[in-house]
Design a protein around this ligand. Structure first.
Ligand code: NDP
Length: 323
């Protein structure tokens, strides 16, 4: 089968298309014929060796995918060959076939296409945990969504609106802000608007924003603190700027701010939190209130281009690779 292999860490062009054996499912695993791979910022960081966990080479990237169950390993029960599933694993999805523990499968409404199903797990679970599990957002509250036209951003806007919240969206271009408005953002502001801090605070009634999903980091992290309301909750989800941020604890103290980190990988082992997110998301996706946003789609041999477009802010929605 064709698969992307990474033998040394670095920029996207270290990825190579190779012929590799079709994997056999180990006991407890299923093999999936991959229809679509969701590409996350984390995949690009992992290939660069800059992710939160150490990347061991050689390996095949791709943590999130959807496809058709093709073979069952010994002992697997309750999974049917021929059904469409989404999966969240550590790596290995940028290939024609991937194996994954049956426990890592995420049931998806069969009404979703392969690309929509692949666009779903990482962004929507992360958005749910940011808005609800950790953010404790309530209907009627304002939330600030950064990188609003990206995969996580579009998921966050849709979910926040479905949960009855008011959304302020930040993004780098007018085209991206238009996408945010289409998804229901109430207020949209250019990320580089010189008056952005005041505009954001004013939009949320002049007192600042009670809940912020922070994904840019670096000097923008300080701005998030400035945009927050007294007692605001800032959920740190990403560091797309790849810059260091300064945090002065006294500032948190003075304004009773809360800064909370969110990493989906570690939250997935919290069974009750995962079950609650899965229940809420299944209801919202099943009823059509939330529609996973598929972005640009690439073939496997265009993987380098896909990663470069994502890193260089040229994409909106979830970047998809179809093997
Ligand atoms: P996106 O589709 O959102 O793409 C990244 C976006 O980040 C860009 O489009 C860009 O939007 C914005 N951005 C801001 N500053 C920069 C910069 N200096 N360089 C590049 N991009 C920048 O990607 P994802 O949805 O995959 O991820 C969004 C963020 O959320 C990432 O930081 C990612 O690591 C994080 N994340 C974290 C998770 C967790 O478990 N903690 C899970 C999922 C995502 P614009 O042009 O509008 O500024």
């Amino acid at each position: 089968m064709r698969a992307i292999r990474v033998e040394r860490l670095g920029p996207p062009d270290v990825m190579q298309l190779q012929d590799t054996p079709v994997p056999s499912p180990a006991p407890g695993e299923v093999r999936v014929r991959v229809e679509a791979v969701g590409i996350n910022f984390a995949d690009a960081l992992a290939v660069a060796g800059e992710y939160l966990t150490r990347t061991r080479v050689p390996y095949t990237p791709g943590m999130e995918f959807a496809g058709i169950v093709d073979a069952l390993g010994e002992g697997v029960q309750g999974v049917q060959v021929g059904t469409r599933v989404a999966a969240l694993g550590g790596s290995g999805a940028m290939a024609e076939y991937a194996t994954v523990p049956a426990a890592g499968l995420i049931p998806v409404p069969q009404t979703l296409s392969g690309a929509q199903a692949a666009a779903f797990p990482v962004s929507y679970f992360t958005a749910y945990h940011g808005l609800k599990t950790l953010g404790r957002g309530e209907a009627g509250e304002w939330v600030l969504v950064q990188a609003a036209a990206g995969a996580l951003g579009t998921a966050s806007i849709q979910l926040a609106k479905a949960l009855g919240m008011n959304v302020i969206a930040l993004a780098s271009t007018d085209e991206k802000l238009e996408i945010a408005r289409t998804l229901g953002a109430d207020v949209t502001i250019l990320q580089d608007d010189p008056d952005r801090v005041k505009k954001v605070r004013d939009a949320a009634g002049g007192k600042g924003v009670p809940l912020i999903l922070e994904v840019v980091g670096g000097k923008r992290f300080q701005e998030s603190l400035d945009m927050a309301a007294s007692r605001g909750r800032i959920i740190v989800i990403g560091n797309a700027s790849r810059e260091q941020a300064n945090l002065r604890p006294v500032e948190l103290m003075k304004r009773n701010l809360t800064v909370t980190g969110l990493w989906l990988t570690s939250l997935m082992s919290d069974a009750p939190a995962t079950a609650e997110a899965a229940r809420a998301l299944a209801e919202l996706v099943g009823s059509g209130k939330v529609i996973p946003q598929v972005g640009p789609t690439y073939a496997l041999d265009q993987s380098v281009q896909a990663f470069e477009d994502l890193l260089n802010r040229r994409t909106t929605g979830k970047v998809i690779i179809e093997p």
